[in-house]
Write a protein that binds this ligand. Structure first.
Ligand SMILES: Nc1ncnc2c1ncn2[C@@H]1O[C@H](COP(=O)(O)OP(=O)(O)OP(=O)(O)O)[C@@H](O)[C@H]1O
Length: 270
């Protein structure tokens, strides 16, 4: 069912120039074997804003998202061409350290996927392997501050040694966000982060996304147009592997330029 009665709150009135470009894709084409999934996509992501990627199932939203931290590298048959930059850096340059890239551009998945370890270990794992903390005090500090930033600390502070998998779905997703934050990323990619959550847990994660944009750049794939309207300042509409249009979220939802966008947001397809 399509979302209707859109509630646009996330938009701000800052001009695009007030937010420098953090990441950009130019002429991005993606093939899975012989099947082409993205066609000449040009998209810029602004710093300290939330950009939503929306569009019907199979239109290429997740494929584009995964290009931004080279997660598609893990799919053998996937071939990405075009220029994708983080700041001024071509992230597909052969000299790029992909592990470091994925620390700078973190990812939160559709289904909460904590490691089968304690809450503490889930958060400290990344900073430890990246050499960001060595002493016990440093580890405690990163765990506490990451859980605080993810809005989870108060709920788990007395059970940091208990398994992350024992938390509720919404708490597990915020733990995964804390885990992403722990390595001080610049960009956080979220692939339908609320699709496995109930409405209350969803509201908490949406509130968190709104707070996080102060310090991070966020790109979110969502099927919910209401969610895109609530959390994002910019929205990109994809259809059949092409980027149809991108703009301020309120403009996309109230005054789209392309008929396909209009049809999608009014529930005519998708
Ligand atoms: N690992 C893969 N192997 C082969 N084809 C794939 C793979 N992942 C995606 N595709 C294909 O690429 C196209 C785009 O898929 P993608 O998952 O990016 O779309 P999406 O818009 O995120 O869809 P959804 O909203 O259903 O998650 C689809 O035709 C899909 O079948």
């Amino acid at each position: 069912m399509q979302d209707t009665n859109l509630n646009i709150q996330g938009s701000d009135l800052l001009s695009k120039s007030a937010h420098p470009i953090k990441m950009s894709g130019e002429k991005v084409n993606v093939h899975y074997g012989t099947k082409q999934a993205l066609f000449d996509v040009d998209l810029q992501v602004n710093e300290n804003q939330v950009t939503s990627l929306i569009g019907p199932s199979g239109c290429g939203k997740s494929t584009f998202l995964r290009c931004l931290n080279r997660m598609n590298d893990t799919i053998d048959i996937c071939n990405v061409t075009g220029l994708i930059k983080l700041g001024d850096q071509d992230i597909y340059d052969p000299n790029i350290d992909v592990v470091e890239l994925r620390a700078r551009v973190g990812m939160v998945f559709q289904k909460p996927n904590p490691f089968p370890k304690s809450i503490f270990e889930n958060v400290v794992y990344g900073p430890r392997i990246h050499g960001l903390c060595r002493t016990k005090a440093e580890m405690e500090e990163v765990v506490v501050s990451s859980l605080q930033k993810a809005g989870l600390f108060e709920e788990v502070k007395d059970r940091l040694d208990e398994p992350g998998t024992g938390l509720s779905g919404g708490q597990q997703q915020r733990l995964c966000i804390a885990r992403a934050i722990a390595v001080s990323p610049e960009v956080i990619l979220m692939d339908e982060p609320c699709s496995a959550l109930d409405p209350i847990a969803t509201a908490k994660v949406e509130e968190l996304i709104d707070e996080l944009r102060e310090n991070y750049t966020i790109v979110i794939v969502t099927h919910s147009m209401q969610q895109a309207a609530r959390v994002s300042q910019r929205t990109a509409f994809f259809h059949m592997g092409t980027l149809v249009e991108e703009g301020q979220t309120d403009q996309i939802f109230t005054n789209p330029k392309d008929q396909r966008t209009q049809d999608y947001i009014t529930g005519r397809f998708g």
